[in-house]
Design a protein around this ligand. Structure first.
Ligand code: ADP
Ligand code: MG
Length: 452
C-alpha cells in the first residue's frame, strides 16, 4: 500500500519524530532534521563512478599521512597568517604512537553536465576526513523514504545507505584487534551544546547494542583536565580510550582554553586509535586539496591510473598568486568573481567567500593573509525541483544536491586491511544559497533512486 500524496508530509513528520530524525534548533528546542520529501533520481553509472573513487581517496589519505614532511612543506607557509594551522602543525608528533589507523571520511561531489560530451561528471567539492557527520541521520532518512514509497517506482529503485553500520563494524574490528581489555571504551570528543547530538548518539547506541562497546562523551577541555597517559594508554574516567573519535576539534573555537589544547596533545601522544589523528586532519585541509590537483604532486602518492581517475573529478584550485596564462588567479577572481569560491583553512560551513564578496575581501587582505586562502573554480551543479521540509513546512524549490560518499579505511603498519565505500549522504539545498548546511537549516537530507 502506498501513502497518498496528500498524506505524505504528515506521514514523513510522524516517521521522523518516531525514529529520531531530530536535532536542537538555534533556540535549543527539539525539531526534526530538514529533509526532502521526494528522493532524487540518479543514473546508475553516475553513482558507480563516485563509488569507484572512494577506495582511491582512502588510499591517497593513507599515503599522505605517512609523509609529514609533505604536510609541513605545504602548510608551514600558511602558519604565520593562520594561527589555527600553526597550532595543528605544532601538535604533529615525530613518533607514530599507534600502528593502527582508522579513517572515516566523506567525499562530497556535485553532479555536473559536460556540454561537449553530453554526459554527467561528478565534481569533487571536498574531502572530510574529520568529523564527517550524518552517519546516523542519512541512514534514518533513507529508511523514512523506504517507508514512504514502499513498493512504487521510487521505493523499488531506492538506493539503500547504511553508513553508521559500516563505521560501527570497522570500529569494532579496530577495537578488538588492539584492545582486548575490560576497561576499554570509545572516547567521543564533542563540543558542548552540540545541536546535532542525536546523529552522534546513533553511532554510540549502535556500538553498544551490537558490539558491546561503551562510549564516553567528553569535551577536549575535560580530557585536558582529567586525562592521563599510563604505559602509553590514554586513561579517562578510569577507562582506557581504545579509540578516540572526534566530533570536535576542527575549528579554532574548540581550542579556546589551554586545557583543550593540552587534551588534544595528550590524545595525540597516547596510543589510542584516533579518528582522525593530526596528520589525517591536516591532509583534509583545503590547502592540501589544492596542492593535490597538480598531477605531478598527486602522482607522488598514487599510480597513474588511479591518479587520472581523481584528476577527472577535480576542478581547478589555485593559490592566489599562481599564474594562469596572462593573469594571476587573484586577478581572474577580481574580474569574474562569480566563477570562483574563495576558501580559508576552515571546516564546518559558513567560512567561504562567494561572488562579489571575493573582490571586497581580497582588497582588505595582506599578501601574507592571502597565502592562507585557496581559490576554487565554482562548480555549476545540475538543478532539480525538490520539496524541502523545514520546521514542519514543505516548500517546492529549485535545488542542487551535494552527494557525499562515505569511506572507511583500516590500516596497520601502513598495510591496508579494509578499504571500502560505506554508503552515501545527499544534502539538497535551494539554488538561492551559496552554502548548504543541514544544521544551519538551509539544506535537507535526501535519498537517491535509480532511473531505470
Ligand atoms: P566546509 O568545510 O565548510 O564544509 P566546503 O568546501 O564543503 O567547506 O564548502 C561548503 C559548501 O559551499 C559546500 O557544501 C557547497 O555547497 C559550497 N561550495 C564549496 N565549494 C564549492 C564550489 N567549488 N562550487 C560550488 N559550491 C561550492
Ligand atoms: Mg563541506
Amino acid at each position: 500500500m502506498n501513502i497518498a500524496p496528500s498524506q505524505l508530509l504528515s506521514a514523513a513528520l510522524d516517521y521522523a519524530y518516531s525514529h529520531g530524525i531530530i536535532k536542537y534548533n538555534l533556540q535549543h528546542r527539539l525539531t526534526h532534521i530538514p529533509f526532502i520529501l521526494n528522493p532524487l533520481k540518479i543514473n546508475r553509472a553516475d553513482m558507480e563512478w563516485m563509488i569507484e573513487l572512494t577506495p582511491i581517496f582512502n588510499q591517497l589519505l593513507i599515503h599522505i599521512i605517512q609523509d609529514h614532511d609533505f604536510l609541513k612543506y605545504h602548510l608551514s607557509p600558511l602558519a604565520s597568517a593562520d594561527p589555527f594551522i600553526e597550532l595543528l602543525l605544532s601538535m604533529l608528533q615525530e613518533e607514530d604512537t599507534q600502528p593502527c589507523h582508522l579513517i572515516i571520511q566523506r567525499n562530497d561531489f556535485f553532479l555536473t553536465r559536460d556540454p561537449v560530451n553530453q554526459r554527467n561528471i561528478p565534481k569533487q567539492v571536498e574531502i572530510n576526513p574529520m568529523a564527517a557527520g550524518f552517519l546516523t541521520m542519512s541512514e534514518r532518512v533513507n529508511k523514512m523514504h523506504q517507508y514512504l514509497y514502499g513498493h512504487d517506482l521510487i521505493g523499488n529503485n531506492l538506493l539503500l545507505t547504511a553508513p553508521v553500520q559500516c563505521a560501527a563494524e570497522n570500529i569494532d574490528l579496530a577495537f578488538n584487534k588492539h584492545y582486548h581489555m575490560p576497561e576499554a571504551c570509545l572516547l567521543m570528543i564533542v563540543q558542548p551544546n552540540e545541536r546535532n547530538i542525536f546523529d552522534q548518539r546513533g553511532l554510540e547506541y549502535r556500538l553498544l547494542e551490537q558490539y558491546g562497546i561503551f562510549t564516553l562523551r567528553m569535551t577536549m577541555d575535560e580530557v585536558g583536565q582529567t586525562g592521563k597517559i599510563r604505559e602509553g594508554h590514554l586513561w579517562v574516567q578510569n577507562k582506557i580510550a581504545a579509540i578516540t573519535y572526534f566530533r570536535a576539534g576542527y575549528t579554532p573555537d574548540d581550542f579556546l582554553s589551554q586545557a583543550s589544547i593540552d587534551g588534544r596533545i595528550l590524545i595525540e601522544k597516547s596510543s589510542t586509535i584516533k579518528i582522525p589523528d593530526i596528520p589525517t586532519l591536516l591532509a583534509g585541509t583545503k590547502k592540501i586539496q589544492q596542492v593535490l590537483t597538480k598531477p605531478e604532486i598527486l602522482r607522488k602518492f598514487l599510480r597513474e591510473e588511479p591518479a587520472a581517475k581523481l584528476m577527472e573529478v577535480f576542478v581547478g584550485i589555485f593559490e592566489l598568486n599562481e599564474s594562469l596564462g596572462d593573469h594571476s588567479a587573484e586577478e581572474l577572481a577580481m574580474k569574474t568573481p562569480q566563477k570562483y569560491v574563495l576558501k580559508p583553512q576552515r571546516e564546518g560551513g559558513g567560512n567561504n567567500i562567494y561572488g562579489i564578496n571575493i573582490a571586497e575581501s581580497l582588497r582588505q587582505m595582506s599578501n601574507t593573509e592571502k597565502q592562507a586562502f585557496i581559490l576554487m573554480e565554482r562548480i555549476q551543479p545540475l538543478s532539480h525541483e525538490s520539496s524541502m521540509v523545514i520546521e514542519h513546512q514543505a516548500e517546492a524549490q529549485e535545488c542542487v544536491s551535494e552527494i557525499g560518499r562515505y569511506g572507511v579505511c583500516l590500516s596497520e603498519h601502513n598495510r591496508i586491511i579494509r578499504n571500502e565505500d560505506a554508503g552515501y549522504l545527499v544534502r539538497t539545498k535551494s539554488i538561492e544559497h551559496d552554502e548548504g548546511g543541514v544544521s544551519a537549516g538551509y539544506a535537507g537530507l535526501n535519498s537517491l533512486y535509480f532511473e531505470e
